[in-house]
Design a protein around this ligand. Sequence first.
Ligand code: NDP
Length: 399
Amino acid sequence: MAKAIIIGAGGVASVAAYKCVENKEVFSELTIASRTLSKCEELVEKLSGRGVKLNARQVDADNVGELVALFEEEKPDIVMNLALPYQNLSIMDACLEYGVDYLDTANYEPPDTAKFEYKWQWAYRERFEEAGLTAILGSGFDPGVTQVFTGYALKHHFDTIKYIDILDCNGGDHGYPFATNFNPEINIREVSAKGRYWEKGEWIETEPMEIKRTYNFKEVGEKDMYLLYHEEEESLVENVPGLERIRFFMTFGESYLTHLKCLENVGMTSIEPIEFEGREIIPLQFLKAVLPDPASLGPRTVGKTNIGCIFQGEKDGKTKTYYLYNICDHQEAYKETGAQAVSYTTGVPAMIGAAMVLQGHWKKPGVHNLEELDPDPFMDALNQFGLPWQEDFDPVLVP
Ligand code: NDP
C-alpha cells in the first residue's frame, strides 16, 4: 500500500487520478497538488468515497523549496509529474532533495526554446543512482507505451529490429474549427517545429509537415499523416541495437493544418515575447488563452484514436514484420473518466508506470526510459486498465 502525489490537475492528471483510485490495491493514498487549488479540490470531490484517502494541495512546481516542503508534509512514495514539461527539472530536484521516486510523461523543455531533448534529464542519472531513487521518463502513450511496445517486440518477437514506424492517429472530431487535444502551447510547439527522423546513423531534418503519407487505420479509416520529430525517437535510437531507421507520423486534418498555417503566418504561434499595451506577452501563450480548454473537449469529441508501432526486423534469420497498437474510443474514455482519449491514453500509462515502480517491477535506481524496463507486467496492466493492445503479423507498411 503506497501513497502517490500527482502534480498538475489538467486532463492527463485527472485521468491518472481516476485510474490510481481504480487501482487501490497499489495506491492507498493520493494527494493532488497543482497551481490552482480549486481544480485539485474538484478532482478530490469527484473521486472521494471510493476507498482511497485523498487530499488536495496548492503548489508552485517551479519552486523547489515549496515542493520539498509539500513532500515533507505529505510523505509520498512516488511523485507523478503531470504538470507541464517546464517543471520537470524543479520536480526532479525536489525529489532528490526529499528522497522519493519520480515519474513524468514528457521530456523537459526550456520555456524559451522549443527543444525536445533528453539531455537535461539524462544528466540526472548519477544523482538518482547514488540516491537509490528511480526516475521514469515519459510514461504516457507516445512517449511511453510506444517504448514498452518496442521492449515487448524485442523481448518476444525479434532478434534485431531494423525499422520502427510509430503511427499516431487521432480520428476524433470535436466539432470546433480549431482546437488542440492537449495543452495548446505544448501541442503547437511540437507540431510547428521542424520534422526529423533517424536513418543509417544520422538524423535527417525536414521542414514542418514536409513528409506526408496516407494510411488506413483499423476502426478509424484512411487518414493523412505527417512526419514529425518525437522525443521517444532519441532514446530508442540509443537503446535498440542494430536499428537502421525510426520515423514518427501523426495524423492531422486539413482544417487543423490550414488554421495552424494561418496562425503561424500572422505570428500567433511565436514564443518570442512581444510588447503589447505596455506589457510583455508571448503570442503562443495568448493564443492558448483564447483557444478552447482541452478539458472542455471531452463531451463533444467522437471517434477513436489508434496509436502503435510497426516493427520490421529479423527473427531466427528470417525477415519479420509486426504491428502493435491500441484503439481508444473518445466517448468511452469520457464516460469513464470525464476526459477524451488523448488525456486517457496518457493518464492510464502514467498510473501504470507509477504502479510498476511501487510494486517493485521497475524499481531501479537511476533515470530510465521505458524501453529499458521489463515490458511484460506493463503490457498486462494495459489490458487490465483500459488500453488493451492488438497485434498484426502482416501489416501494410508505410512507404
Ligand atoms: P493541462 O494544461 O491540461 O494541465 C497541466 C496542469 O499543470 C494544470 O493543472 C496546470 O495548472 C498545472 N501546472 C502548470 N504549471 C504549474 C506549476 N508551475 N505548478 C503547479 N502546477 C502547474 O495539460 P495536460 O494534462 O494535457 O498535459 C499534462 C502533461 O502531459 C504535459 O506535460 C504534456 O506534455 C503531457 N502529455 C504527454 C503525452 C504522451 O503521450 N506522453 C500526451 C499528452 C500530453 P493550472 O490549472 O493552474 O493551469
